[in-house]
Design a protein around this ligand. Structure first.
Ligand SMILES: [Zn+2]
Length: 446
């Protein structure tokens, strides 16, 4: 009797991982796994001893000392402001904005500035394991082009203000530009477009009502700074006779499509307002601390069932786009604030930086965890380093010990964008040189 040859399946890429953190709810750390990727999706996953010999692959990666996990999701930022990293520090919010940031932007802002800043941000984020980011800035069309070329994934919040800027002259023009950008990218596999009304104090009732209607009709997300500091609350009470969240509820903006950024000022009944509406909170701990804006009650929000994602905010108020540092800070800050060492444990901090970010973008069914059928946005972190040995619990190692520089591989949509710590689709030397030139110009010209 002749034996039939074993039929091997084809995969584009196979990952042999020492540890896998899938971020699927209630699933612990898996060991010695193989993940198969084809056409940008995870098509199979299982223990090495069961998977071995099942697939033939074009590319195989042997990640013997690595944790493999979903790509990090930076749920809030302003990528072109990376060019202002370190330009103005140790100042409170208003003088920081009015005396330093806005004058610099007024002088330098334009398409070339936005493109250079976005590329610098994308390079930093990819090398640190971020595969998706949400961005709110002028010229979102230019940022979209940079994202498209890089292979990364992004949600672009097209800005809306009451007053004219270089991007638009009126609230209607901002909203028109946002809907046109949405149309342009509605079928793009890595780019989504949201409305980005800047904040309750910079957008009046009528455009906010219009955004609420369009958001529901077209199913577009809304990304907005909300309750960033106590001044915002007291000014709103004087001007509108109520706190901003209550006003947003009256304007029918609170829904699962709304992403509220910062939210450092929260009353108990506002936590329930967020919970009932299904709105998301984007926690930006480093930026809130650096600008002395207060802290977000992340643990209380999570306990109430509100989805809390994590963002770095811009490099002008952070000053990095390092999501591993951000999630560590979120965990430590929560323990300190709550005077409870069990508050925001490592795994919850990792969830905020992955699955919760995907949920805030409305992409939870496609992103944020490693599961068969989901998109292959995956990172590998090399733990073979003194700062991450020994390893008892990889979740704990990632949350409390690992550095962004230990991210060795990054895949987005199954495409390898970082291999052995090197960008595959971008010329890093050119990106850095471009940033250096802008920095020199800004320093000399102001
Ligand atoms: Zn911001």
């Amino acid at each position: 009797m002749t034996e039939l040859p074993l039929l091997m399946l084809h995969a584009d890429t196979l990952l042999h991982a020492r540890w896998v953190i899938t971020m699927q709810p209630h699933q612990g750390v898996l060991e010695h796994q193989i993940i198969a990727i084809t056409d940008g999706r995870i098509v199979d996953m299982g223990p090495r001893k069961e998977m071995l010999g099942r697939y033939m692959a074009g590319h195989e990666y042997f990640l013997e000392h690595h944790v493999v996990m979903p790509g990090l999701v930076n749920a809030h930022g302003h990528s072109p402001m990376t060019l202002l990293r370190g330009y103005a520090d140790d100042l409170p919010l208003r003088p920081w904005l009015e005396q330093k940031i806005w004058p610099a932007e007024g002088k330098w802002l334009g398409e070339d500035y936005v493109a250079a800043g976005a590329r610098l941000a994308i390079a930093e984020m990819l090398l640190g394991g971020t595969t998706s980011f949400t961005d709110m800035y002028f010229f979102p069309d230019v940022i979209a082009a940079a994202v498209d070329a890089s292979g990364m994934r992004a949600q672009l919040a097209s800005p809306v203000f009451d007053f004219p800027t270089i991007w638009a002259g009126s609230a209607d023009e901002y909203i028109g530009k946002a809907t046109r950008l949405f149309d342009q990218y509605r079928h793009h596999e890595r780019i989504t477009v949201a409305f980005g009304p800047h904040a309750p104090y910079t957008v009046s009732d009528e455009p906010l009502r219009k955004i609420a209607v369009l958001s529901e009709e077209l199913d577009i997300g809304i990304h907005m700074h909300v309750h960033e500091n106590s001044d915002e609350i007291s000014e709103a009470q004087l001007k509108h006779g109520m706190r901003p969240l209550k006003r947003l509820k009256q304007l029918e903006l609170l829904s699962p499509r709304l992403q509220c950024v910062h939210v450092t000022q929260l009353l108990d009944d506002e936590i329930w307002l967020l919970k009932e509406s299904g709105a998301h909170v984007i926690h930006c701990p480093a930026s809130n601390l650096k600008l002395a804006n207060g802290t977000c009650r992340a643990a209380d929000l999570l306990a109430a069932g509100v989805n809390v994602a994590l963002g770095t905010d811009s490099c002008a108020s952070n000053n990095s786009l390092d999501m591993l540092s951000e999630l560590r800070l979120a965990a430590l800050l929560s323990k300190g604030n709550c005077e409870d060492a069990s508050s925001l444990p490592a795994r919850d901090a990792l969830a905020m930086a992955t699955l919760n970010g995907a949920r805030a973008m409305g992409l939870e069914s496609r992103l944020g965890s490693l599961e068969t059928g989901k998109l292959a946005d995956i990172i590998a972190i090399d733990l073979n380093h003194p700062r991450t040995q020994p390893v008892y619990d990889p979740c704990s190692t990632l949350a409390y010990s690992a550095a962004a520089s230990q991210v060795s591989h990054v895949w987005v949509n199954g495409q390898a964008l970082v291999v052995d710590h090197k960008l595959t689709q971008m010329d890093l030397a050119q990106v850095i040189e471009e940033a250096r030139r802008w920095g020199a110009g800004i320093a000399a010209g102001l």
